[in-house]
Write a protein that binds this ligand. Sequence first.
Ligand SMILES: Cc1ncc(C[n+]2csc(CCOP(=O)(O)OP(=O)(O)O)c2C)c(N)n1
Ligand SMILES: [Mg+2]
Length: 315
Amino acid sequence: MLRARFAEDKLASLYRAGRIVGGVYLGRGQEALSAAGGVALRKGDVFAPLIRDMAGRLAFGEPLIDVMRTYLGSRLGPMKGRDGNIHRGDLARGILPMISHLGAMVSATAGVLLAKRMKKEKGSVGLTCLGDGATSTGSFHEGLNVAAVEKLPLVVVVADNAYAYSTPKDRQFACADLLDRAKGYGIEGEGVDGTDPEACLDVLGRAVQKAREGSGPQLVVGRLLRLCGHGEHDDGLYVEKELKNSERGRDCLSVMEKMTQDRGMGKDWEKWKEAAHQEVEEAVKKASEEPVPDPFEEDWRATRTQGAAEAWVEE
Ligand SMILES: Cc1ncc(C[n+]2csc(CCOP(=O)(O)OP(=O)(O)O)c2C)c(N)n1
Ligand SMILES: [Mg+2]
């Protein structure tokens, strides 16, 4: 959570300094839910993050240097400096590159799990994250429906931050609670206070375990707020003050800090903060000194399909 928060604070300031090409979208306030998903998974699992999942990515094992390399366009990064920052992925690590179209990652993750089943690979769980807004798309419905029919080991984590960009929930869907949707698909669901790191660990841990044990898809709905704009170009002024001042608007990092202090771990917290801060600074320095892609030298085929076509022909 700390590494994600500091990394994103740094990215916000680099964006304002004009050092980042394209938009910057942050997960401020959503770190507890996101990190809990990454922690609950293990090596060999599949993680399909969305734009607010820096914490989950880092918890699942994405190296911080790869984050900074992608944002700063280094050719040494996993996307070789050619792709949008939030779309980065690393199939070898089990991280799917993000598709922007909301809901699409449900089908993509379900597809990977189905492929694993067909190859008789057992024991992997797939976890994908999305927002409340994404749950109203056709892709979400189609993906989750097929996953439920096939009883795939899929965990779908909805970060319900009450807004899809500036559209409030009552203009997005008519059900009282997004958890109600689980019943419609015939799957299990559990809600959680997304500002409470311990509760998130507990609920996500349980959901991943159930999926792994064969109980089929699990829906988790975390209630929280994003404590920033939709992207760094947006001030988020449309978010209702009452909501911001409610329990839901708590900063999970402050909750975590208090928890560590109450348990006599205040000094550890300070040490972790210092270490995270230093790690972020070093990664930014390293990535910013690395070369960007050279258009005269590059092979411009999609990074992940390079070699794949040749291998197919040889087969
Ligand atoms: C199918 C589709 N429609 C519209 C968009 C444009 N868009 C990108 S993010 C976003 C809002 C998403 O809201 P939500 O799912 O609640 O996630 P949050 O941004 O709140 O984390 C929209 C409308 C998109 N990417 N895909
Ligand atoms: Mg939302």
